[in-house]
Unconditional design. Sequence first.
Length: 127
Amino acid sequence: MKKLFEELGITPAPWEIVKDNCPYYPNEERVDTVRTKAFGKTDMMGDYQGCIVASFKKAHGERPHAFKESEKNARLIAAAPEMLEALIGLAKSFEAQGYRAAFQHLYKIIEKACPSKSWPEIKELLE
């Protein structure tokens, strides 16, 4: 999977949620960013907390009522690399077992994350 992520330019897992305190509401903790610490041999640079994958300050706009929704979205984003790996694994299995409809459905989802590669190219990168 590492080879596929490198080829697609996707930052590898793990992705982590980083929180901080809101300056306007000191008792409210909010999601600041989703970051990765998985640099490997890439040329990505990041501060001591890792490379930023997604920032949420503008998403919640320092409004406490939006902090919980931003956190739920951050959790989904943080799980993205592992979910993509799982979908690809399921797609390979469904294709091998002849479950055409299930495979095609999963491939449409995978295609959203990997629009520059065809299914044969993705499988080749996994070998």
